[in-house]
Design a binder for this molecule. Structure first.
Ligand code: NAD
Length: 426
């Protein structure tokens, strides 16, 4: 489809990641035959807020940061999406991530729209006191547009349950009442759902298990390489190891480790928390990120950042299942190369959706102030993930399109249907 939305020429939005989100969208809508005006309507970001965040640093100087919240499309429900603290955050990146959240909500069939937030900062170089001030100031700045019925942030790269606790507290101080449903991914003591912390990684592991079944590959003894060892990477590796797979390579932003006989994940995690460096872990050899992506393995998990596998290195990928725990790790050109190599790709909006599913559960529990046990959460989550996986796989086979395009088609179609059914205001 030769579709050129306004954002293509707007430099604020038009960054490489947003370009990727638009290109993927165009490829999927080509198969959907939506009316062009509806296509334009649902891809255009609904509301984008950009705020300045002056805070007093520990050295008493005032430093001003940029913050963003983008609500891409709310046809299915209030906005839902993470909050990222990273030096590369900009409007285009946040908008791309919000756009993917829209299609993810549609694909998972949950009553939530797509949103995302971010602050351009380097949290690794800031103290806890500075991060708390920055988070509280950001919450106050975006206060008018967030809330349990409006838009509900959650953790992403560089943020965690403590960040969510500060947002919830600041928001509640402003409203004057306890507002649990304003964020998900909170600490359990504050109404965080059981299972939220590990939900994304567990969902990635489940998706890999479904894919392995489709290609008749036993998980027992399957070799795995994992790029990224934060929330998503660690839990994915841990659950896959629990399912009998052998984790042979792991990396973080500083480099990685390799052992063809397998690496024990919990001790490695403990080591990485204490040391941050992985590369002096016992019985492993040092490996670069580039080498990890080219490691011969059965399963390659991308759980770091966007734009990791492109036309430059896709040909070197040597796995049977390629699982996108991260958002947007693969360029469109790389998609094509992986397809030619007959690698089974589990696209991000499907693969990492365990997080948004349990976030949805946390939001529901918070609104009702009634909490479910772990068994309920895991069972409901698995059912939703399996349904979405089967639906995507069936469409992929029926329409002879890649798994990414199939997943996007399902998500986009649901959002378009909701949008058209609601109709146009005024
Ligand atoms: P995190 O901050 O906990 O971890 C990120 C990890 O990636 C860290 O280990 C970091 O060192 C590593 N990393 C960064 N750049 C790297 C590079 N170039 N090479 C190798 N490793 C690198 O973040 P997270 O929450 O685990 O998120 C990871 C990805 O998953 C992001 O794309 C995020 O949007 C996506 N995601 C997260 C969730 C969630 O629930 N946390 C849900 C859905 C999607």
């Amino acid at each position: 489809m030769n579709f050129v939305p306004e954002q293509r020429t707007n430099p604020e939005y038009f960054t490489p990641l947003y370009q990727l989100a638009l290109n993927q969208f165009e490829k999927a809508v080509d198969h959907l035959k939506l009316p062009p005006d509806v296509t334009e309507w649902i891809i255009t970001p609904g509301r984008s807020m950009m705020v300045s965040l002056p805070i007093r640093m520990d050295d008493k100087t005032v430093k001003t940061f940029y913050g963003y919240r983008v609500q891409h499309n709310m046809a299915l429900g209030p906005g839902k999406g993470g909050l990222r603290y990273h030096p590369s955050v900009n409007l285009g990146e946040v908008t791309a991530l919000a756009t993917w959240m829209t299609w993810k909500g549609g694909l998972m069939n949950i009553p939530l729209g797509g949103a995302k937030g971010g602050i351009r900062c380097d949290p690794k170089k800031m103290s806890q006191a500075e991060l708390e001030k920055l988070t509280r100031r950001y919450t106050a700045a975006i206060f008018p547009i967030i809330g349990p019925e409006k838009d509900v942030p959650a953790p992403d790269v560089g943020t965690n349950s403590q960040t969510m606790a500060w947002i919830m507290d600041t928001y509640s101080m402003r409203t004057g009442f306890h507002t649990m449903g304003v964020v998900t991914g909170k600490p359990e003591i504050m109404g965080g759902s059981l299972g939220r912390m590990e939900a994304t990684g567990l969902g990635v592991a489940h998706s890999i298990a479904y894919a392995a079944k489709k290609i008749n590959m036993p998980l027992e003894g399957a070799t795995v390489a994992v790029q990224g060892f934060g929330n998503v990477g660690y839990y994915t590796a841990k659950f896959l190891q629990g399912m009998g797979a052998k984790i042979i390579a792991v990396s973080n932003s500083l480099g990685g480790v390799f052992n063809k006989n397998g690496i024990p994940i919990d001790p490695l995690h403990q080591h990485s928390v204490e040391d941050r460096q992985l590369d002096n872990f016992p019985d492993t050899e040092k490996i670069t990120n580039a080498k990890l992506l080219a490691t011969k393995c059965d399963i390659l998990v991308l759980a770091a950042m966007e734009n990791q596998v492109t036309e430059k290195n896709a040909a070197k990928v040597n796995c049977k299942i390629y699982a996108e725990g991260a958002n947007g790790p693969t360029s469109l050109e790389a998609d094509k190369i992986l397809e030619e190599k007959e690698i089974f790709l589990i696209p991000d909006i499907l693969c990492n959706s365990g997080g948004v599913v349990v976030s949805y559960f946390e939001w529901v529990q918070g609104m009702q102030s009634f909490f479910w046990d772990m068994d309920d959460i895991y069972k409901r989550m698995e059912k939703m993930l399996q349904n979405a996986f089967e639906e995507t796989y069936t469409l992929h086979q029926q329409e002879k399109v890649g798994m990414r395009t199939a997943a996007l088609m399902i998500g986009i179609k649901r959002v378009a249907e909701a949008q058209m059914t609601r109709g146009l205001y005024p």
